[in-house]
Design a protein around this ligand. Structure first.
Ligand SMILES: COc1ccc(Cl)c(-c2nnc3c(C)nc4ccc(C(=O)NCC(C)C)cc4n23)c1
Ligand SMILES: [Mg+2]
Ligand SMILES: [Zn+2]
Length: 344
């Protein structure tokens, strides 16, 4: 099982990073995937500090370091759903809280900010690179545990997060009152379960309505919908970066999808087209994913926060790049070039 050695904790505590994070880390176009793997945990610690959460919630730094190391170890080396995905989702939540001034302006409380960032770090813990429907169809042990409630993987990610919080020396919420502690765990539960795209799809119309009507600070439903929106935006944030990041991420996602499709074929089940390496047309699938899921989410965020418009523009630009790629591929296909020529 997962182990973290004392010297690992010490190395994080004395991390060489300049005391303050470089200013560029707080920019929307900063890509967390450029951070050295050995430095990620230090960056996480600095981001918590930078938002004043270590001070505000009296989080002991060695406890936070140990917690972060356990979370990092809790991810597998799947092509996409690995530690770097968790780290980049966490980094986006930091960007949103810092640049949209979410706490100072009263959109979320400091406790909600803490729960949001911890949820982002933990939201895909122990992911196996396969979907909820794969768990159910192939009757995995996770399906037998959670399929009656739905969101099979998300319930497992939550269970793993709670297990780490209950590990000796990892409870970063030690400084909270019992009321704050139970509120924080309720938030983490709701936020991690909200990362099931099926859950998001059920809520998105309410989120669009909220953005059109205008955010009501006294409406607890609005406050909850905003937190769920921030989780989904963070989970999809690779699509707000430049084309190279957006395309590379798509490659990693389809590596997972095609591996699952190969598994399903081997088990005698027909995979979805997007999981079948023989049938999937990645540019077209990405245009659909950006059009139906990604751009609408960042449109809602931009309606609520005009400063976030640059994020929406980036997702639209990446969709346009996929449209050009799609046109290029179909042009080459039509003129009878064999598939290999295309790669010339
Ligand atoms: C927010 O939660 C998740 C969970 C799992 C994944 Cl893999 C993603 C995710 N993150 N980046 C991507 C990219 C670049 N392409 C994707 C293409 C399709 C789908 C997908 O799940 N389509 C079926 C659904 C719409 C019914 C997800 C994709 N995705 C996000
Ligand atoms: Mg997930
Ligand atoms: Zn995720």
């Amino acid at each position: 099982h997962m182990k973290v050695h004392p010297e690992d904790v010490q190395r994080v505590l004395v991390c060489e990073l300049p005391h303050e994070l470089m200013p560029e880390v707080a920019l929307y176009h900063f890509s967390p995937r450029k951070v050295e793997e050995s430095e990620c945990v230090c960056y996480c610690l600095k981001m918590f500090e930078d938002l004043g959460l270590v001070q505000q919630w009296q989080i002991k730094k060695d406890t936070l370091a140990r917690f972060l190391l356990f979370v990092k170890k809790g991810y597998r080396d799947a092509p996409y759903h690995n530690w770097y995905h968790a780290f980049s989702v966490f980094h986006f939540s930091y960007l949103a809280i810092k640049n949209l001034h979410l706490v100072e302006k009263g959109y979320i409380s400091s406790l909600e900010a803490l729960a949001l960032m911890v949820s982002c770090l933990c939201h895909d813990l122990d992911h196996r690179g396969t979907t909820n429907s794969f768990q159910m169809q192939s009757g995995t042990e996770l399906a037998s545990l959670y399929s009656s409630e739905g969101s099979v993987m998300e319930r497992h990610h939550l269970a793993q997060a709670l297990c780490i919080l209950n590990t000796d020396g990892c409870n970063i919420f030690d400084g909270l009152t019992s009321k704050q502690y139970s509120r924080c765990l309720d938030l983490i539960r709701d936020l991690i379960l909200a990362t099931d795209l099926a859950h998001h799809i059920r809520l998105v119309q309410d989120q669009e309505k909220m953005a059109t009507e205008g955010f009501d600070f006294n409406n607890s439903r609005h406050r909850q919908l905003l937190l769920f929106l921030l989780m989904t935006c963070s989970d999809l944030s690779d699509q707000t970066k430049d084309w190279k990041v957006s395309r590379t991420t798509a490659d990693l996602v389809y590596q997972e999808f095609f591996s699952q499709g190969d598994l399903e074929k081997a088990m005698g089940n027909a995979p979805l087209e997007m999981m079948d390496r023989e049938k999937a047309r990645i540019p077209d699938l990405q245009i659909q994913f950006l059009s139906h899921i990604v751009c609408p989410v960042f449109k809602i965020l931009a309606q609520l926060f005009p400063d976030a418009d640059c994020l929406l523009q980036s997702t639209l630009k990446n969709r346009h790049c996929w449209e050009q790629a799609s046109a290029f591929f179909s042009r080459r296909w039509e003129s009878g070039h064999s598939s290999l020529d295309i790669l010339r």
